[in-house]
Design a protein around this ligand. Structure first.
Ligand SMILES: [Zn+2]
Ligand SMILES: [Zn+2]
Ligand SMILES: [Zn+2]
Length: 137
């Protein structure tokens, strides 16, 4: 995936500010969900405060630049939305692994059948369990 963040901000109708670019730069294309505290730590040399980071993450989520990942943790974790994938999450040590398998069509059809809903526009899927190391211990 390209790192054309100024282009991405423009496409989503958000002003290209140094703060927004700095926050986006912390995100990588790899599967690594991160939270506001992590970004704050990475950007500690600049004086971007935590509240600004929270607000920016929320506006990025609204604009569809970021996707929130449910890790069953108190704080919100995000990833770049452009790279669609799902997660296996170890409930013991917190290891997160991405996977691309996305066979959601059948599930969507079943969910829509006899429901009040007409269409499905997106989804997120996280699988919880134990990694091999924790399962052995
Ligand atoms: Zn991921
Ligand atoms: Zn584990
Ligand atoms: Zn999917």
């Amino acid at each position: 995936m390209s790192k054309d963040f100024p282009g991405l901000l423009k496409e989503k109708g958000l002003k290209n500010t140094p703060t927004r670019r700095a926050i986006l730069d912390v995100f990588s294309a790899d599967c690594k969900p991160i939270n506001a505290e992590y970004i704050h730590e990475k950007l500690k040399k600049s004086d971007i405060n935590l509240v600004t980071i929270y607000r920016t993450l929320e506006s990025f989520e609204e604009a569809g630049i970021l996707k929130r990942v449910s890790l069953n943790k108190a704080s919100s974790y995000y990833e770049l939305a452009a790279n669609h994938h799902h997660h296996l999450i170890c409930t013991n040590c917190g290891t997160v692994e991405g996977f691309k398998e996305c066979d959601i069509g059948d599930v969507s059809r079943k969910a829509l059948k006899d429901s009040k809903f007409q269409t499905v526009s997106g989804h997120s899927l996280e699988l919880f369990g134990k990694c091999k190391k924790c399962a052995k211990a």
